[in-house]
Design a protein around this ligand. Sequence first.
Ligand code: SAM
Length: 164
Amino acid sequence: MNDHAGSDLPIRFDILTLFPEMFPSVLETSIPGRAAKANAAEYAIHDLRDWAEPGGHRKVDDRPFGGGPGMVMMYEPLKQAILAAKKQMPEGVKTVYLSPQGKQQNHQRLHSLVIDRQAIIFVAGRYEGVDERIITRYVDEEWSLGDFVLSGGELAALVYMDAM
Ligand code: SAM
């Protein structure tokens, strides 16, 4: 529970993504769009490349910390993006990483988060996921959409926001 529980304040969702263009059409349409217009929900979409080293290719992928195959989302830009989002959000904000290893959420859980007006930062992964240090240091919960592997966390974030 937080200070906003049961209030008329909008529920606030921030999304950290490499593909911000995936969000507006869904969040401005139908019930998510009506929720925003009625001031029941607020969405802020952040492009992770805004926190990449300026110049060059604005790199956001890196080799996994501690080794392993493939590439993961680089630690520093993601960390800076999470810290910046937290500064703009209500106290007690939860950072949720969308992950096939996470826990699948159900109606009862999502409903109670809405009643609590729980602000959420969704981290949408790409590549082989995110740098492990992000999960251990900054992520409060990992949420899965189901027992399958998507190409990115964006659709999972959209589904959960729609349900909420
Ligand atoms: N081998 C990686 C793993 O096990 O995490 C697969 C990464 S997947 C290609 C890229 C991103 O998609 C993940 O970092 C995660 O954010 C998202 N993702 C994939 N499947 C998901 C699922 N079932 N639920 C939620 N997010 C998912």
